[in-house]
Design a protein around this ligand. Structure first.
Ligand SMILES: NC(=O)c1ccc[n+]([C@@H]2O[C@H](COP(=O)([O-])OP(=O)(O)OC[C@H]3O[C@@H](n4cnc5c(N)ncnc54)[C@H](O)[C@@H]3O)[C@@H](O)[C@H]2O)c1
Length: 251
């Protein structure tokens, strides 16, 4: 039995990596998925793949740093469905570098996507999630919000804030039937981590710290997202689920 039958969902940054896997998994489980990305062509390609498999999806060009894009997307969903059951704040990026040399422009770039985008979408999506009566908001945090690693300070700061925002919104949105949870992936093989994981020395060091001795796949994260999206997690809010092969649990 499909676990998201009839649900309406929106995934940001779903043109690649984790977001694309989440969109595909949700659609396979019976949800109508709004596949959104700043790269409209990538969103359309993922949507075409889902539709070809016989599932329901709509492509949206949505830059999470643009208020107009966010509002236009929510207006479309409101007009078409009158509600939103599942909202995944997945869009994210990283600019690596030593913190002491980080430019204002780089910090602004990371912050605008990883934090301001999440804040805006969580705020502007409230009315549609409330209209669902059983809304589920899922934020992509990171192991880096809890652990330090060189050259990732700006990214870590935004992800730590996403974890804090998740807990605060879980409390604030609960009276409206909206659950708010976060996923904290470790190292997942996507374009975001490609350069790091292809460096044999770094990859070896990271695997030594990963009890399950492998990197994660986007599908590993999508499976965890499905739990938060479905009614099987009906009594879970304010939680953060590590999808990291045990990395955060170790020394
Ligand atoms: N890959 C990992 O190891 C890992 C670990 C922890 C957390 N995460 C988080 O998971 C999420 C997805 O990461 P990923 O690894 O799939 O990355 P990715 O680079 O493979 O995909 C990110 C997607 O977000 C889109 N995007 C970028 N800026 C955007 C914007 N302004 N508006 C809308 N879309 C935008 C990109 O076009 C891309 O399709 C991010 O929030 C990331 O921080 C990833």
């Amino acid at each position: 039995m499909a676990r998201l039958t009839g649900k309406i969902s929106l995934v940001t940054g779903a043109g690649a990596g984790i977001g694309a896997a989440v969109a595909l998994r949700f659609a396979t489980e019976g949800a109508h998925v709004y596949v959104s990305d700043v790269d409209g062509t990538a969103a359309a390609a993922v949507t075409a793949q889902i539709v070809e498999l016989g599932h329901a999806a709509t492509a949206v060009a949505l830059d999470v740093t643009r208020g107009q894009d966010i509002q236009a997307t929510f207006r479309t969903i409101e007009t078409t469905h009158g509600r939103l059951d599942i909202l995944v704040n997945n869009a994210g990026l990283n600019v690596r570098g030593d913190f002491r040399h980080m430019s204002d422009a780089d910090w602004t770039k990371i912050r605008e996507v990883n934090l301001d985008g999440v804040v805006r979408i969580a705020r502007d999506g409230f009315a549609l999630l409330k209209a669902s009566g059983r809304g589920s908001l899922i934020n992509l945090a990171s192991i880096m919000g809890h652990r330090g690693l060189r050259q990732l300070a700006g990214y870590a700061a935004t992800k730590g804030a996403v974890s804090a925002l998740t807990r605060a919104l879980a409390v604030e949105y609960a009276p409206f039937g909206i659950r708010v949870n976060a996923l904290a992936p470790g190292f997942i093989e996507t374009a975001l981590t490609d350069r790091v994981l292809r460096n044999p020395m770094i990859a070896k060091a990271l695997l030594e710290q990963t009890p399950l001795k492998r990197f994660g796949t986007p599908e590993d994260v999508a499976a965890a997202a499905l739990f938060f999206a479905s009614d099987e997690s009906a009594f879970v809010t304010g939680a953060e689920l590590a999808v990291d092969g045990g990395m955060a649990a170790g020394l």
